[in-house]
Design a binder for this molecule. Structure first.
Ligand SMILES: C[S@@+](CC[C@H](N)C(=O)[O-])C[C@H]1O[C@@H](n2cnc3c(N)ncnc32)[C@H](O)[C@@H]1O
Length: 276
């Protein structure tokens, strides 16, 4: 692991997420050892828009039963489980942060999905898979922690089969304004590798991908945060939610990110590339 990767992994492993999620489930009256995958949705999709954004991405992809899908930077596994449930594909998740991979596997067992999704520790910059192993690769809110975009795309290209698809849903820099820290993906600016859409397009083209579609998801993001604010209505946070993954500075991280989205400085952007 490089120094940057160590810092990123430390950032994400700081909050002992699995015991907190189990306690949250109990507080909601669920038996943590027997949950429905839907019971985890409030906490296991660690990106803007949560399950709704994953569903929007999937609706633009033709993933079919029996295909092989790799979710790069899978976190605690929510998107991977959603893909497996929705498409009946064979899904593998890979992530740099061992605590998250352990939580991803444990949550899949708790939801009775061990045989549907597998998780492994590894870097997006040196994927632990043979060439041409997957039909689809996905990347949701991971690129903001990876400065070497060319290597990220080269690795995705290498593990995809001919005509394979690489689908991204990433926070990108869409304007010149100031981004204040902390944000959910970085306590400090040095751990952030936020980049403009051009950087993604260029790195993808260099690696041998063709861009098939690009969608700015700013309005989905703003609707999502409006809804969360309305639901919260000043009450205590739900026992289960993304705050469990972000530690004591969650309020500041979220406020900085929402302000920057409102100002047009950043936005979540979906891009779909095909291996040429
Ligand atoms: C904001 S979370 C998103 C998790 C997941 N994609 C989701 O949407 O629920 C970012 C994840 O990227 C992972 N990550 C960051 N840099 C990585 C790298 N170089 N290789 C693999 N995973 C990485 C982190 O460990 C973390 O789990």
């Amino acid at each position: 692991m490089s120094d940057v990767e160590e810092g990123v992994s430390r950032h994400y492993s700081a909050y002992d997420v699995l015991p907190r999620i189990r306690a949250g489930l109990q507080a909601m009256g669920r038996d943590p050892d027997h949950v429905e995958p839907g019971d985890l949705r409030l906490v296991d999709e660690f990106h803007i828009g949560g399950a709704e954004a994953t569903a929007a991405l999937l609706s633009d992809l033709d993933i079919r039963a029996g295909m092989d899908v790799l979710d790069i930077g899978c976190g605690i596994g929510g998107p991977a489980r959603a893909i497996a449930l929705e498409t009946k594909a064979n899904v593998t998740g890979v992530d740099l942060t061992p605590d998250f991979v352990e939580a991803a596997s444990a949550l899949s067992s708790m939801a009775g999905m061990d045989d549907r999704v597998v998780f492994t520790v590894g870097s997006a910059l040196n994927l632990p898979f043979a060439d041409a192993t997957f039909d689809f690769a996905t990347l949701l809110h991971v690129g903001m922690n990876i400065a070497d975009k060319p290597q990220l795309f080269r690795e995705a290209h290498r593990v995809l089969r001919p005509a394979g698809v690489f689908a991204l849903y990433e926070v990108m820099r869409t304007g010149d304004g100031i981004l204040s820290f902390p944000v959910p993906w970085a306590e400090r600016e040095e751990l952030s590798a936020l980049a403009a859409p051009e950087a993604y397009r260029d790195a993808a083209a260099q690696a041998g991908f063709r861009l098939e579609g690009e969608t700015d998801r700013r309005s989905l993001a703003l609707d999502f945060f409006d809804r969360i604010r309305a639901q919260a209505g000043g009450a205590k946070p739900s026992p289960l939610g993304l705050h469990l993954l972000m530690g004591p500075t969650v309020g500041q991280k979220t406020a900085n990110m929402v302000d920057a989205i409102k100002a047009g400085t950043i936005a979540p952007v979906q891009m779909i590339f095909r291996k040429a």
